[in-house]
Design a protein around this ligand. Structure first.
Ligand code: UD1
Length: 421
């Protein structure tokens, strides 16, 4: 187990370059497995989850050449099985994308149930519904999901109940190799869904409408485009640094971002009293010295709504704002587990079902806490950066599942943070 030791109280100032999107990378790496040729992918973040996804691909025979930090070539031609045996799939959620890949490519596949952050119940019924609509038979036995197809798979018109990100990508990955046109209605619209679709289209797929409610995928028997792709910047990493700027009453410019992806957050930061300005691929976020922030109400939603992956970081920020704020978590049913740790630091937060009511401002003080999950762990780091005194955050390795060089980037902005074993 590793821990972060943070000493708070310093406004963070300076510039930070945002890495490639973790969630997009997980989808694009899986999508590289559906192709008939090697592909070269750039801007993959150097984080544990992306490395695990690559290792899972290697476990079934793909050749992964790590050319330089952030750039890999993936050759799916030597894949020798559609049955994924490695236990590594249980370390991340997005390992289940390989199920869609195997179904489209081989008409069958199996994988152990995926893992990922504990955010409450995380059913996969929408993935199963999609696979069955394409003609697959799905069974779950002994912790394994198995797909088979007695008859030829075919494109289908289907409607997702939830607009799930994972189900949208998984069905898309299967449908690109299946004859006919698959229409996904009420699809997820998150930027990383669009990135996976763009990658596949670059490689010869026929996907229309990614980023809207309706995605149309016409199956292609062979997929071999020009083989090079660069992953989009990480919306959540950028958002975490933007919140850090406001929380510490500092001034941070995030570079290598898509400013449009940041609007659900930036408008709310301005509403609370922060200032922003932006250019083609950057955004500056700052507050007046020792600014008093106003309370605000948030509700997490599917894109382009406010992202659930910024909910814990934002709740920490609300603890420092003046007045009563409300955070409504409308995506996951148990994503406030970190609040007990925040209360140990002096925050006044009441959680009832999917709502947190936050009374601010609270003079947070350092405490010995832990990272419950990836984004909650990042939120605890932010709390430590604001708090008076020293904060120790156990299980800090969880944060490195999704943030490249987190300590290095924060230190360059003036943070006092180090990692100990
Ligand atoms: C993805 C992201 C995660 C983010 C989440 C929501 C990746 C690797 N992970 O997770 O960081 O927090 O989107 O933006 O991209 N649901 C069902 N049935 C299903 C699938 C989902 O009921 O078959 C429900 C879930 O329980 C949850 C909601 O739909 O309440 C959203 O889940 P989903 O969009 O699928 O999130 P993930 O793909 O798991």
């Amino acid at each position: 187990m590793n821990s972060y030791i943070v000493r708070g109280g310093t406004p963070l100032r300076g510039e930070v370059t945002i890495s490639g999107s973790k969630n997009a990378a997980l989808g694009v790496i899986a999508a590289a497995m559906v192709l008939d040729v090697p592909s070269r992918i750039e801007n993959i973040p150097q984080v544990a989850d992306a490395e695990i996804q690559l290792e899972i691909c290697e476990s079934i025979g793909a050749i992964v050449h790590r050319e330089s930090p952030g750039t890999v070539t993936i050759d799916p031609r030597p894949i020798r099985t559609s049955h994924i045996e490695t236990d590594k799939v249980r370390n991340i959620r997005a390992s289940y994308y390989l199920l869609g890949v195997m179904l489209g490519k081989f008409g069958e596949g199996s994988i152990k149930m995926p893992g990922g952050c504990d955010l409450g119940t995380r059913p996969i019924d929408q993935h199963i519904k999609g696979f069955e609509a394409l003609g697959a038979t799905v069974t779950i036995e002994h912790g394994m999901i198995r797909l088979s197809s007695a008859q030829k798979l075919h494109g289908e018109h289907l409607f997702l109940d939830q607009g799930s990100v994972g189900a949208t990508i998984n069905i898309m990955l299967a449908a690109v190799r299946i004859e006919g046109t698959t229409i996904i209605e009420n699809a997820g619209k998150e930027p990383h869904i669009v990135d996976v679709a763009n990658f596949l289209n670059t490689m010869g797929a026929n996907i229309r409408g990614a980023g809207t409610d309706v995605i149309r995928i016409t199956g292609t028997p062979v997929l071999h485009g020009d083989g090079m792709y660069s992953i989009i910047p990480d919306q959540i990493e950028a958002g975490t640094f933007m919140i850090a700027a406001v929380l510490t009453r500092g001034d941070i410019t995030v570079r290598n971002i898509i400013p449009h992806h940041m609007e659900p957050l930036s408008v709310k930061l301005v509403e609370m009293g922060a200032h922003t300005e932006s250019g083609d691929d950057w955004m500056r976020v700052w507050t007046d010295d020792n600014a008093e922030l106003s309370a605000a109400h948030f509700k997490t939603m599917r894109y382009p709504g406010f992202p659930t992956d910024l909910q814990p970081q934002t709740t920490v920020l609300l603890a420092t704002a003046t007045g009563t704020s409300r955070m409504h978590e409308d995506v996951f049913d148990n994503r406030f587990q970190y609040v007990d740790d925040l209360k140990m630091m002096g925050a006044r937060v009441l959680v009832a079902d999917r709502f947190a009511i936050i009374e601010g401002p609270c003079p947070l003080t350092g405490a010995h806490i832990r990272a419950h999950d990836l984004r909650a762990g990042a939120a605890m780091v932010l709390a430590g950066l604001y708090a008076r005194g020293e904060t120790r955050i156990d299980d800090s390795q969880i944060v490195e599942r999704g943030y490249e060089d987190f300590i290095k980037k924060l230190t360059a902005l003036g943070a006092d943070i180090r990692e100990v074993e």
